[in-house]
Design a protein around this ligand. Structure first.
Ligand code: HEC
Length: 220
């Protein structure tokens, strides 16, 4: 200490250059730290973005397979009902079982499942919210522009997620209950009229856009 003091005391110039050094070091350190902080922030931001992207893809994949599970279950059940008693019997089956079947699949995954449309047979299946109508229009627009139905859309609203997947008149069987007068047998038409006095779900052709699966999920 003594020695240092002696040296600095004897060399005032050295003292000045030392404080300049210290000053420079301080600036550099601040600069380096702020750089590091910035890159850390950028990195965090990137991690958050990547995480959100992965979560979105996972949600879409999960919801899509839930919709496919529901679709396959309905199809298998309608097909066996038709085999058992023809379309007239199957209408009653759809009338009493369609919603409870999709509800039981929804319980399996703790989600809510609906089939909705702009021309419903069952009035409970009408496009109910502003978001439903917006997504419906988006699907129509996509179909017009790309010449085919989209795979699906994920929407977020108030912390909840909604996955919409289009339903096409994908099989020739569909027109037996949703087609024109010539496609639906008279007895089936009669039963449809009885069960669904406000039925709007006829006049479709094979391949038409018929409705949407709507899967509501809280989070992952
Ligand atoms: C045996 C007759 C029958 C057949 C075949 C049939 N449906 Fe339906 N469909 C119904 C009935 C009845 C309902 C109303 C169910 C209810 O009350 O929830 C319905 C409802 C729907 C709904 C829900 C919206 C609405 O209109 O209420 C969609 C979407 C739908 N059907 C699509 C299809 C598609 C696609 C096919 C072919 C793969 C098909 N249906 C085959 C009888 C049928």
């Amino acid at each position: 200490m003594k020695y240092l003091y002696a040296r600095t005391k004897n060399q005032p110039n050295m003292r000045a250059s030392k404080s300049i050094h210290l000053f420079l070091i301080a600036i550099c350190t601040t600069f380096i730290f702020s750089c590091k902080e910035k890159s850390q922030k950028e990195e965090n931001l990137q991690t958050v973005e990547v995480k959100a992207e992965v979560e979105e893809k996972t949600k879409i994949k999960l919801a899509d397979s839930i919709a496919m599970h529901a679709q396959a279950t309905l199809l298998a059940n309608v097909a066996s009902a038709i085999q058992k008693g023809g379309t007239e019997y199957a209408v009653d089956f759809c009338n009493t079982q369609a919603i409870s079947l999709t509800d039981s699949i929804a319980d399996l995954y703790t989600v809510t499942i609906q089939r909705i449309t702009n021309k419903p047979r069952n009035p409970n299946n009408y496009l109910a919210t502003a978001q439903d109508s917006l997504v419906w229009d988006k699907m129509l627009q996509h179909t017009q522009e790309k010449g085919k139905l989209p795979t699906g859309f994920l929407e977020a609203d108030a912390g909840e997620y909604y996955y919409y997947k289009p339903i096409a008149m994908g099989m020739p069987t569909c027109v037996k209950c949703h087609g024109g007068t010539e496609d639906i047998n008279p007895r089936t038409r009669e039963i449809l009229q009885q069960r669904y006095p406000t039925d709007k779900a006829t006049g479709y052709k094979t391949g038409d856009f018929r409705g949407m699966w709507k899967i509501k999920m809280k989070s992952l």
